[in-house]
Ligand binder design. Sequence first.
Ligand code: LLP
Length: 430
Amino acid sequence: MHSFRYVKGQLHCENVALADLAQKHGTPLYVYSQATLTDHYTKLDQALAPLDHLICFAMKSNSNLAVIQTLANLGSGFDTVSAGEIQRVIAAGGDPRKCVFAGVGKTEEEIAYALRQDIYSFNVESEAELKRISKVATRIGKIAPIAVRVNPNIDAGTHAKITTGTYANKFGIAFEEIEGVYARAAKLPNLRLRGLQMHIGSQLTDVKPFQLAVTKVAPLVARLSAKHGFDFFSVGGGIGIVYQDALASGDAKWWQSKAGKRVLTPQLYANTLVPLLKPLGLKILLEPGRFLTGNAGALLTRVEFIKKTGKKNFVIVDAAMNDLIRPAFYDSFHEIVPLKKKAGATVSSDVVGPICESGDYFAKDRPLPKVGEGDVLALLSAGAYGSVMGSNYNSRALAAEVLVNGTQSAVVRRRQEIAAIWENEQTVSW
Ligand code: LLP
């Protein structure tokens, strides 16, 4: 489900009118729904009930402490990619022993830190990294739990910048090389070969690539597990969400775009994968990010000006690519709706931010209701890879974030003070 809907012509998140939040906290403002986070986690958890499983939320998609806390309270583990993310889990009250640590460039300091926190497993991306982990673990007297990331060479059919499972990218170790790598890893000191991991890409709206990848990798897992005594197999993240017409689809059909295109549901995912995974008899890890947080968030932004040129109707808003870079970076579509429902004809509009780049846009030639200065708009499905990818470009402060729970709301990140942008900088004396 998602919890953004019009009630008496006013867009709400759960039972809170977004106009009230925009008024109180200003814009740009990220708003997250705790009910959606909980619902999506629970749906996935229940669908996987036939398996011994652990959901490790890919916190790169949204690492706000309150989001982590919400999921930690539901029992979630975390897929982390830096020592900073592990520290965030601990700061939010999550359990580092339920953390996996991925990434192609782990430093010795990060490895030592993760070992001291007794993380669940390192997801290892190269043989050089295996050697490094073994060396650090030996030095500090720890046994490092590891899983090698297999690259199954399956094309997930998503955007080129977010596909990861083919040999044309930097992730994992080729399928054909894996057994040799484990045989050599078994000879390295202070490693415990605990499992195998894969991840084929992000925003997959079809179950087929998952099915192909698991079908290909499961026999390898079984062979390796027989040799090395695995605990787990991680199938990674990547479950896609609806971006187009998410609001129009409403609660009941949250998985379906208005055009009727059905995307992946937890049930369809589980129905397809559980029969392939169950016979392994291992714990199954999942690393969903976007599925848990994407539709749980919106970015509110105020219209500053309407500018008409010979060719275009520009709606200039106070949010920019530094707040939400997805349209500029991936040509991503985010549904844009006014907080106050508007009837009447639509106007083909470009929604743009104030940053000095032509790439600073949220929509191009989009039919939008006629909006004017001061109206507040919501960019939907902005809960994943939204605020986390924010920057201070153009010395713009990072947006504030609010979490809604029923009729309650709380600021879970204060708007950055302008002077805080350069607080770590200094002028020189010469
Ligand atoms: N596991 C691994 C190893 C990953 O690399 C990722 C995402 C995930 C799990 C979570 O994937 P998800 O369930 O969220 O699809 N910034 C891009 C997406 C980058 C994804 C990076 N890796 C975007 O805005 O679309």
